[in-house]
Ligand binder design. Structure first.
Ligand code: MN
Length: 330
C-alpha cells in the first residue's frame, strides 16, 4: 500500500473504565481511534488508519496500521496501487476476505489471501504493486508496516509467504503470523521482537493469553466489541496496552463472533523519520530515497508485468522533516 496522508489526529483516551481484579492489576490501555484516509485512484478506496497518529508513532516496531472493508469492490473499485517504493520497513498484508495480486522488484508474484501472511522487506529499497483480483467481490483486511532497526534498515529486499496453522479452542481461533502466542510460533523471522496474530472470539467468550511482559501491545478490533485488560474497544479502534502485563484477557461483549488483530513488540526506542513510503533517520535519508525513486535508480528495481505506470513521489514539504518517537513513558 502507498501512503498519501499527511495530517494525523489525536486519540481518545480511555477514562472511567472498571479496574481489573485487585490480585492482578491490569495494564493501562489507551484507545486510539482511526481516521479515514482515501488511498487515491479513480474511485478512491478509503482506509481507517490508527498508526501513526499524534499520540503514538509505534507499537513495538509496528509503525503503520491501515484497516479496510468489508468493502464491495463494485462500489470502491477495490485496491489498485501502481508500483511504488519502500525503504527501511517491512509490509505485512493480512486479509479477512478477498484476494490481492502482489508483484515486486525481486520478481515475486504472489496472491495475498485470507489467513496467509505476505511479508515484504523493503530494506535499502524495493518496489511493488498491489491490485485486488477480478474475482474479488468483498475486500477486507489490514496493511501493516514494521520499522527496521538501524542495524538492518539497509538489508536486502525479501519476500515471505506463510500460512499459519490455526490454534482452536472453545473460545477462540488464533492465527499467529509473526512471533509466538498460544503455543504457536511463526517461522518467519523478524528484526526486532515482534508479535502479530489474528484472533476470532466466539460470542461472549473470554480468553486469557500469556504474553511477554517486556512487550507493549495493540489490539485492533475488526468486528464486534472486545474488552482488553478492562477497556472496551469498538470495531475499528486500536487499544494500546502499555508494557508490563504477563497475561492479557480478551472478552467478546458481542452476540456474534468478534475478530481482532493483536500486535506486539518491545518498545522501539529509535527515532524515525516517516514520509510517504519511506522510513529513514533524517530528512536527508528521505530526500535521497525520493530522488532515487524519481530517477528510476537500481536501488528499487523494477516491477515486471504491471500494466500502467509507476507512482510518482509527491513533492517534499518545504520544511525539514523531523524525527518522531513515542511520547515519554508515563
Ligand atoms: Mn506498499
Amino acid at each position: 500500500m502507498s501512503n498519501v496522508e499527511t495530517d494525523p489526529v489525536a486519540p481518545r483516551r480511555a477514562t472511567g473504565e472498571a479496574p481489573g481484579p485487585p490480585s492482578a492489576p491490569e495494564p493501562r490501555v489507551d484507545v486510539l481511534t482511526p481516521r479515514d484516509v482515501p488511498l487515491g485512484g479513480p474511485r478512491a478506496m478509503t482506509v481507517r488508519r490508527t498508526l501513526p497518529q499524534r499520540a503514538r508513532t509505534l507499537i513495538g516496531a509496528w509503525c503503520f496500521a491501515d484497516h479496510y472493508g468489508p468493502d464491495d469492490v463494485a462500489d470502491t473499485g477495490g485496491m489498485v496501487v501502481a508500483p511504488h517504493p519502500h525503504t527501511g520497513l517491512q509490509t505485512v498484508s493480512w486479509l479477512f476476505s478477498g484476494e490481492i495480486e502482489h508483484r515486486d522488484s525481486l520478481g515475486s508474484h504472489a496472491l495475498v489471501r485470507p489467513g496467509e501472511l505476505n511479508l515484504m522487506t523493503g530494506g535499502h529499497g524495493i518496489a511493488h504493486s498491489e491490485v485486488s483480483t477480478p474475482r474479488t467481490t468483498v475486500l477486507h483486511g489490514v496493511q501493516l508496516w514494521v520499522a527496521l532497526p538501524e542495524a538492518h534498515r539497509h538489508t536486502r529486499r525479501d519476500f515471505r509467504h506463510h500460512v499459519p496453522e490455526p490454534v482452536r479452542t472453545d473460545a477462540a481461533e488464533i492465527r499467529v503470523f509473526l512471533g509466538t502466542l498460544a503455543g504457536s510460533t511463526s517461522p518467519v523471522p523478524a528484526f526486532t521482537p515482534l508479535l502479530g496474530a489474528e484472533i476470532v472470539l466466539a460470542p461472549h467468550a473470554a480468553l486469557t493469553l500469556a504474553v511477554d511482559p517486556e512487550f507493549e501491545h495493540g489490539l485492533l478490533v475488526d468486528r464486534g466489541r472486545v474488552r482488553v485488560a478492562g477497556t472496551a474497544l469498538d470495531a475499528a479502534e486500536l487499544g494500546y496496552v502499555h508494557p508490563g502485563a504477563a497475561a492479557l484477557t480478551l472478552r467478546n461483549e458481542s452476540d456474534g463472533p468478534a475478530r481482532a488483530v493483536l500486535l506486539g513488540g518491545t518498545p522501539f526506542e529509535e527515532e524515525i523519520v516517516m514520509w510517504w513510503n519511506f522510513i529513514g533517520r533524517s530528512h536527508d535519508d528521505i530526500a535521497r530515497a525520493r530522488e532515487d525513486w524519481q530517477n528510476a535508480s537500481d536501488r528499487f528495481g523494477a516491477v515486471q508485468d504491471h500494466p500502467g505506470g509507476r507512482l510518482p513521489a509527491p513533492a517534499l514539504p518545504h520544511a525539514t522533516l523531523t524525527p518522531r518517537r513515542n511520547p515519554p513513558r508515563a
